[in-house]
Design a binder for this molecule. Structure first.
Ligand code: SF4
Length: 393
């Protein structure tokens, strides 16, 4: 779920229309695509598998199952990607296991930086040439990775660069996890200014609607949060899954027993406008989406984030702030207002500062917590709603 945000005078990336040659032509307005096109699957990787499944694979190779845990610790805990460093595995066995369980899944083909190197957007190429992006953002107190769950997106939100390019395919579990692992390796090796560190937070707000690729995203959540050797051991409470509002999938996520945060990209409090801004609203209306979010919050005890792109003269009127405040008041909720990011060809721009301030006041009048989000990465098109896998090389 890519989120939008924008500002005047920011260079637009005009390249993305031509580089997503793998993608179908842009979908007609309002058309939703749920089923990802069938394509060849990426090679199997240990991050696709649970700990038990990895042991089974290793046993099937005629090796002791504990070797799977050794390999997993290298990948998840030591953040090793060079087989030569796996010295506790005998060399012939190491090569065999690496061939079977650690294929190279992603190749970085471009990296752009901003904020003195603290924001880094990576353009990845998968085994089949598909392109997608992740963004690492280092702050004084945390480092957040924004990851993609699909190449492209089928939800077709008209303000979003990703949505306009259509859906190419779902990412595999390991393709999602590898974005995080790559960021974790960069941090551990001190490749991001500020010295060695760790990735502490994950947001599924890159390309794609995570709940439209639910099975792989669920497995990825386990790999990201399970302790070693199962996974990277990042706290579930530091992971946010964003959605435009696939109600049955929100309900199923609530049954998983996870404590990840849910973020709902609402963008309008009324069905009339949301039907246009977020086409999935024609399937599940504002009330249904919010009811599912409140049920999720009740089950998990987690506060729901409401993401709201501030679009000049479209959804930023004081009466809509009042309407939104009435819908949200009394719930465990926080609103993130996001100044609309520029995307190529878009007719929409960010709200005027005075309208933004009035909107904040309108929500606060109902006792609703609200923050205007910092638009990190805007100049490298790494901000929400700008990820479109544009090749710059
Ligand atoms: S089209 Fe909509 S759901 Fe898909 S990435 Fe863009 S904003 Fe998110």
């Amino acid at each position: 779920m890519t989120l939008p945000a924008a500002g005047p005078g920011i260079p637009l990336d005009l390249g993305y229309w031509s580089v997503m040659s793998e993608n179908p032509s842009p979908p007609p307005p309002g058309q939703l695509t749920f089923a990802a096109p069938r394509r060849a699957k990426p090679p199997r990787h240990l991050a696709d598998l649970s700990t038990a499944e990895r042991r089974e694979v290793v046993a099937g190779l005629g090796e002791k199952p504990f070797r799977a845990d050794q390999l997993s610790r290298h990948y998840f805990a030591r953040l090793t990607d060079d087989p030569a460093d796996m010295t506790d595995l005998p060399a012939p066995l190491r090569d065999k296991l690496v061939d079977e369980l650690l294929p190279t899944l992603l190749t970085p083909i471009n990296e752009q930086t901003a904020d003195r190197g603290m924001t880094r957007k990576t353009l990845w190429k998968a085994f089949d040439g598909v392109l997608f992006e992740s963004v690492l953002m280092r702050y004084p107190d945390r480092t957040t990775m924004c990851v993609s769950s699909q190449a492209g997106c089928g939800m077709n939100c008209p303000f979003c660069a990703t949505g306009q390019a259509g859906l190419t395919r779902n990412l595999s579990t390991a393709e999602i996890v590898e974005q995080v692992a790559a960021g974790a390796r960069s941090m551990a090796r001190g490749q991001v200014p500020g010295g060695p560190g760790r990735v502490s937070n994950i947001v599924f707000m890159g390309m794609g609607e995570p709940l439209a690729n639910r099975a792989n995203v669920l497995r990825a959540l386990h790999r990201i949060t399970d302790p070693s050797p199962g996974g990277l051991g990042i706290s579930q409470r530091s992971v946010t899954v964003s959605t435009v509002g696939l109600v049955p999938a929100i309900e199923k996520l609530g049954e998983e027993g996870l404590s990840v945060r849910l973020a709902v990209s609402l963008h309008a409090p009324d069905d009339e406008l949301r039907d246009t801004l977020v086409p999935i609203n024609n399937r599940w209306k504002v009330k249904e989406v919010l009811d599912a979010a409140w049920a999720y919050s009740k089950k998990t005890g987690r506060r729901v984030s409401i993401e709201y792109a501030m679009i000049k003269d479209i959804n930023d009127q004081a009466w809509r702030a009042d309407m939104l405040g009435k819908l949200l008041k009394g719930h465990l909720v926080h609103v993130n207002l996001i100044p609309l990011n520029p995307t190529p060809g878009s007719k929409w721009t960010a709200s005027r500062p005075e309208d933004e301030r009035a909107f904040v006041r309108g929500l606060e009048a109902h006792g609703v917590a609200v923050t205007v989000r910092d638009t990190r990465g805007r100049e490298i098109d790494g901000a929400c709603g700008q990820l479109a896998a544009a090749s710059k090389d």
